[in-house]
Design a protein around this ligand. Sequence first.
Ligand SMILES: NC(=O)c1ccc[n+]([C@@H]2O[C@H](COP(=O)([O-])OP(=O)(O)OC[C@H]3O[C@@H](n4cnc5c(N)ncnc54)[C@H](O)[C@@H]3O)[C@@H](O)[C@H]2O)c1
Length: 271
Amino acid sequence: MSNPFNRDLFNLDGRTAVVTGAGGGLGRVFAQALGAFGAKVFCTDIDLAGVEQTAKTINQSGGSAEPLQVDAADETSIANLAAAIEAAGGRCDLLVNNAGIATGKYRIHEMPVDDWDRLMAVNLRGVFLCTKALLPFMVANQSGSVINIASIAGIGGVSPQIPAVSANYSASKGAVIAFTRQGAAEYGGDGIRFNAICPGWHLGTELGREEVGTQTPEQIEAFLAKLHELTPMGRTGDPAELAGLVVYLASDASSFLTGQVIANDGGWSAI
Ligand SMILES: NC(=O)c1ccc[n+]([C@@H]2O[C@H](COP(=O)([O-])OP(=O)(O)OC[C@H]3O[C@@H](n4cnc5c(N)ncnc54)[C@H](O)[C@@H]3O)[C@@H](O)[C@H]2O)c1
């Protein structure tokens, strides 16, 4: 490694990144952060207009980004992504598995099986499919960083007083954490690191918007008050507050860090 006591430690020049679900929300922040630190970013999402917008902001800021319409839950669509990476020179150094959904809020005994299957197809099977398709580029290069976006719901149950988390969501994120640790164990010898970020409550994205839309203003106020009460820092996070962590996990600054699960949650999981 070059001089570690240097800002270049976080430099991503020459790296190629793929971010799934980059059409908005946290994925847009991850793509913009990696782009700002020098990576060429393939911004992927089912929402083409969203990724075009994300890529535009990166390119306008002097970075390099390409938008691609990719369904992270569909094998054919992911094969097209791998073909695009191949055509661009066959490099994929960084993968951020961010695409994820939430379904309606149900207790376990009332949850439609379809909601379970639909969510797992994206949040868990999608992480597997994207990782499987892009790992060969990293193995060929004997280097890479896979960053999986799990959730605080994957490390602990969430009180039913908070009407936003169901068991399918928590179970998918817990499985993403296990997948991350298994990946770290399997691919450490190939120079490929696997880590998971567990975001706490970062509001302002579309996740769970439908569910929140069914609440009265009083219920939303009570929901926010409960989040603040249960978070040691007394507030929710801004999506931009995840930028530093993703750059750290992508860069040489974390060169010996793998298999770790880092909660960015204002202390939620500390108590
Ligand atoms: N916002 C939070 O507070 C929070 C907390 C914990 C975890 N997370 C996780 O962070 C990730 C991003 O969440 P967000 O809050 O930005 O949500 P969001 O709904 O704002 O964004 C998700 C993005 O994923 C895309 N997407 C959905 N299904 C897809 C598919 N099959 N293929 C490709 N793209 C798809 C959507 O089009 C959207 O652009 C998710 O995995 C979520 O579970 C978010």
